[in-house]
Design a protein around this ligand. Structure first.
Ligand SMILES: [Fe+2]
Length: 491
């Protein structure tokens, strides 16, 4: 069993930072081998006492040292949770105990390899390990961990991080994708999944009682790759971008995506509990996007804002397809802030760039505004990049109405994980709260929790509080912030 600590051992030294020839295992990408609890963390600066809630981040953390060509997406899911309680802050971490990890622990070794290796032919039920390492959301009193390629989600106790088991909702769900979306107002969870075989996409709703409420198949022509979905108060928007796996590579057991610039982007707008026959299809310019910022209804229009990849032209009027595919396949960062407006009356789409100056992703909003018109979003900002080491040096607050922004960058080697928006007690506006994030601080050579005041332009002043952790938190993927109000609802 892994070590469990209480209290804070001395901070690690620079020499402790692992070195590995595979970038995904090097430096602060390297996995850790411990589950810890650190309580009453020390504060540098001033820790606000007017908010409470839970920030949780998921990410890959290989349980067994990988002896294969490791890909950054291969590691077993590990949750890092920071509990804020009016100035007191504690941290804990645990692996998600997936079925596959359980099999490996019973065998005492890794039984699956990763994305860059041949998938397991002897396990048609799980040729690639469902690590549940990608996303984490809170629904009906439990955390749900999800995998970007669609798999059974796992339910986790939000306070202890114990895995409660896979969440199949009375057998209604055999897989869902990352980025299923809870609605804090109704307590529902909207989910989708996708597959290389038909049905290529399904969509459904789980009620606040954790009972399945609704499920339909979304008729797609082929295995186009979605990554996220959007919800408004009454509608759900599902994505059909012209990007899919290269069939030749797939037949050879490899995975590589191809973009088809002669096909439009398509969006299925369907009433939240609507039948497949009620889907309204909208077309838009060819694009590919990972993450949605938010969506809402505005008169006859359904509005969706997100961060699609920036499209460059190889010659005037012609998309540089190779460049886009390279950017996606090599996990480079080159994004815009963009808006689509789907007119339910005319069936037409209007679209526009909100901002193409900054390069940002991992958008989060005040969760109370999910599906409702909102003004502010918070993103991780990247430098314009090529193949060099991923750099996530700061945070941005966007004004979605004007395209204006306030940015804070700590310096080249800092790494900001996806933040969470923590509303202040009795908030007076959408941005009345804090942005919290797990950060790798290269200057102090430590992982920290950082807290920014979000009101107005205060983000640019830097963190109001920094809470150093006594050991590293490896860089990871998605995070969520669960407000105290939402935690209390499910007590
Ligand atoms: Fe994602």
């Amino acid at each position: 069993m892994k070590k469990r600590l209480r209290g804070a051992p001395p901070p690690m030294k620079l020499d402790d930072l692992p070195r590995h020839e595979i970038p995904a295992l090097d430096g602060n990408n390297a996995p850790i081998d411990r589950e810890d609890v650190f309580e009453d963390l020390p504060v540098i600066g001033e820790m606000p006492t007017d908010f409470a809630g839970l920030y949780v981040r998921n990410g890959p953390n290989a349980y067994y040292p990988p002896d294969w060509r490791y890909h950054a997406y291969d590691g077993d899911g590990m949750l890092h949770a920071v509990r804020f309680d009016h100035g007191r802050v504690s941290y804990r971490n645990k692996w998600v105990r997936t079925a596959a990890l359980g099999e490996e622990q019973a065998a005492g070794r890794a039984l699956w390899k990763g994305l860059k290796e041949k998938f397991r032919a002897d396990r048609p039920d799980e040729p690639l390990k469902n690590t549940s390492n990608t996303d984490v959301k809170y629904h009906a009193g439990r955390l749900l961990t999800m995998w970007y390629r669609s798999g059974l989600p796992y339910a986790v106790d939000p306070f202890t991080l114990e895995t409660l088991g896979s969440a199949d909702y009375d057998g209604a769900i055999d897989r869902i994708s990352a980025h299923s979306r809870p609605d804090e107002h109704t307590g529902e969870l909207m989910w989708f999944d996708y597959s290389l075989q038909a049905p290529y996409m399904r969509y459904g709703v789980i009620g606040p009682d954790r009972k399945p409420r609704h499920a339909i198949e979304i008729p797609l022509a082929g295995p186009n790759l979605p990554h996220d979905m959007a919800v408004t108060e009454h509608y759900t928007i599902l994505h059909d971008f012209p990007l899919r796996p290269d069939p030749e590579a797939l037949a050879a057991g490899r995975y590589k995506v191809q973009f088809h610039p002669d096909e439009p982007s398509r969006f299925a707008v369907v009433p939240r509990h609507g039948a497949a026959s009620e889907i309204r299809w909208f077309t838009a310019k060819p694009a590919y996007m990972l993450h949605v910022v938010n969506a809402w209804e505005d008169g006859d229009e359904v509005v969706m804002v997100g961060t699609p990849y920036r499209l460059h032209e190889s010659e005037p009027g012609r998309i540089d397809v190779r460049r886009l595919e390279r950017t996606i396949n090599q996990r480079q960062r080159d994004f815009l802030l963009y808006e689509w407006r789907f007119d339910l009356k005319t069936g037409q789409t209007r679209e526009r760039v909100i901002d193409d100056v900054l390069n940002t992703e991992f958008p989060v909003i005040n969760g109370a505004y999910q599906g409702r018109r909102n003004r502010w979003s918070y993103h991780v900002v990247f430098p314009p990049g090529g193949r060099e080491e991923p750099r996530f040096p700061g945070l941005v607050k966007y004004d979605l109405e004007t395209g204006g922004y306030i940015a804070y960058s700590a310096g080249p080697q800092f790494f900001y994980n996806e933040p969470g928006f923590a509303p202040r007690d009795n908030p007076r506006s959408e941005d009345d709260g804090y942005l919290v994030s797990l950060v790798w601080n290269p200057r102090e050579r430590q992982s920290e929790i950082q807290v920014f005041d979000c009101l107005g332009a205060r983000l640019a002043e830097g963190p109001v509080a920094r809470l150093p952790l006594p050991r590293r938190v490896p860089n990871g993927f998605h995070a969520t912030f669960v407000s105290q109000r939402t935690l209390d609802r499910w007590k």
